[in-house]
Ligand binder design. Structure first.
Ligand SMILES: [Zn+2]
Length: 262
């Protein structure tokens, strides 16, 4: 009888001890790990897999072919008109923005001089039943540097060398001084509800109407060889009424308008 009572613990020892004792706990832990990874994957897929505009924002996305090159350096003289300031890969800002900023709803800021027209445009969009939202306005050179550094780190995390990581990162994040957001003259616009349908409706309206308020769609899809930036339906740049209307009517870019394209 005593023998029989003792058999079970003895057998446990023989069958591998700890594993047998904790098998169910280990299996439960594995199931939890798999579940956590699965949920993380789905969450990631949800945010990045669909083209949610706010989260898909990364810019400028620099392409290999780049036109502003033709008038690089001495060949191009910036306009005296602040509204026509050209900033791109080959025309970096000469000094950091030091003007007055106006804070928008949700904390983004813009050059105060573009604020009245931006507000009028948003008022009209809201009257049309849309729910636009500025998701990115002014950005400092330092913030741009941080974005670039983060991107470099991200690639290094995938095993790239610093130089390889840098080359990949600059395809997604501009060098500080070359990102138009550092001028305070442009905004990334999405919708409050953040679904694709609402954002598309906002962008469609903007394509039709933004020039009436002095804005242009800065990086049209079919102009990336000129702007050096892949299409960005969300990015609108203030250039003033006259330039906006001409650029829109002639279906050209700011580079072409200013004679800075090849
Ligand atoms: Zn932008």
């Amino acid at each position: 009888m005593a023998d029989k009572e003792n058999r079970y613990p003895i057998n446990k020892e023989k069958r591998g001890g700890a594993w047998h004792l904790y098998r169910s706990e280990v299996l439960a832990a594995l199931v939890i790990v798999v579940l956590v990874i699965g949920v993380a994957f789905l969450v990631n897929k949800f945010f990045y897999g669909f083209d949610l505009p706010e989260l898909a924002f990364r810019e400028p996305v620099v392409t290999d072919s780049y036109a502003g090159q033709g008038k690089k350096g001495k060949g191009f003289v910036q306009s005296e008109d602040w509204r026509l300031l050209l900033v791109n890969k080959n025309h970096p800002l000469e000094e950091e923005f030091d003007g007055e900023l106006t804070e928008l709803r949700y904390g983004q800021t813009v050059d105060s001089r573009i604020y009245p027209d931006l507000q009028d445009m948003f008022d009209e969009m809201r009257e049309a039943g849309l729910d636009p939202r500025v998701v990115q306005g002014y950005r400092t050179g330092e913030e741009q540097q941080e974005r670039l550094d983060n991107k470099i780190r991200e690639y290094m995390g995938y095993g790239k060398t610093r130089e390889e990581a840098r080359q990949l990162a600059v395809q997604w994040e501009a060098e500080p001084g070359t990102c138009e957001h550092e001028t305070g003259l442009c905004v990334d616009i999405s919708s409050d509800s953040e679904d694709n349908e609402s954002a598309n409706a906002v962008w469609e309206w903007l394509d039709e109407n933004c020039s009436r308020f002095g804005f242009i769609k800065r990086y049209p899809n079919n102009k990336s060889s000129v702007t050096g930036v892949k299409g960005e339906p969300w990015h609108y740049r203030y250039v003033g009424l006259e330039a906006a209307q001409e650029i829109t009517e002639r279906n050209i870019t700011l580079e072409e308008y200013l004679g800075a394209a090849r």
